[in-house]
Design a protein around this ligand. Structure first.
Ligand code: SF4
Ligand code: SF4
Ligand code: FES
Length: 229
């Protein structure tokens, strides 16, 4: 591509000339960045590539996923590194699937101001404040419904004036709902029992004897099988 066909973008303030029809992620790699961090699935699922950007003449900061957002001329961007939001460690068997249970794990939940900033910044366009409000009501089913497409990118938490780790709270709520409120899954119990009784023991023992190359061959052979599903 000739120099005239490239467009300028600014990555953390550094000007780079990149092709116009690239995602931010591909454009950064074109410019020579090696994405050790801020890159995972490349498909809008893992949440590793949250990016904030501004376009010329627009005072607003926008948010998007670098693997899903196209570059635009003059775009100024920065990627959000890992965000150290607190994640409560808890025993599922000793935590109640209620608002009180969640507030015990995350006391900051009770300090939500209802400012809606989290909803405005979510690159998945989720109703983040809505699921936080549902968590406060103890409506775990609604938390799951509203947060199901959360990709744990952390953007909501980086902007919360009350330091609430929204996505961690939603994860805890979904786990509690799965443990206590959802109908039991008999097939799952059966499979766990089979595993505990060594039903797959011979296959696992055999896999452990294979070399890396043999495992790769086995994996490739299984791809055709998987595609049929
Ligand atoms: S940004 Fe924080 S305080 Fe504001 S609504 Fe969301 S969770 Fe509540
Ligand atoms: S809810 Fe928060 S962590 Fe989840 S996708 Fe939206 S901004 Fe990212
Ligand atoms: S790299 Fe996984 S969401 Fe962008």
């Amino acid at each position: 591509m000739s120099e005239q066909e490239l467009i300028p973008i600014y990555v953390a303030g550094v000007r780079q000339m990149v092709p116009p029809l690239f995602t931010i992620q591909r454009a950064m790699e074109y410019a020579g960045y090696v994405l050790i961090h801020n890159c995972g699935c490349r498909g809008g699922v893992c949440g590793a590539c949250a990016t904030e950007y501004r376009l010329p003449g627009d005072p607003l900061i926008k948010r998007g996923l670098a693997c899903q957002t196209m570059v635009e001329p003059g775009m100024q961007l920065v990627q959000i590194p890992y965000y150290p939001a607190r994640r409560a460690v808890f025993d599922l068997e000793k935590t109640e699937p209620t608002a009180e249970g969640l507030v015990d794990l995350y006391p900051e939940l009770a300090k939500c101001l209802g400012c809606n900033t989290c909803t405005k910044v979510c690159p998945q366009e989720l109703d983040v404040m809505g699921y936080i409000a549902a968590a406060l009501r103890g409506d775990l089913k609604e938390v799951r419904r509203l947060s199901f497409e959360c990709i744990l990118c952390g953007t909501c938490a980086t902007h919360c004036p009350q330091e609430i780790p929204q996505y961690q709270i939603a994860m805890a709520a979904r786990r509690l709902e799965g443990r206590y409120l959802m109908p039991p899954a008999p097939m799952m119990d059966k499979r766990v029992e089979e595993i505990n009784n060594g039903f797959y023991g011979a296959e696992l023992a055999n896999l452990k004897t294979l070399s890396k190359e043999e495992l790769e061959e086995r994996w490739k052979a299984n791809q055709g099988e998987l595609k049929r599903w």
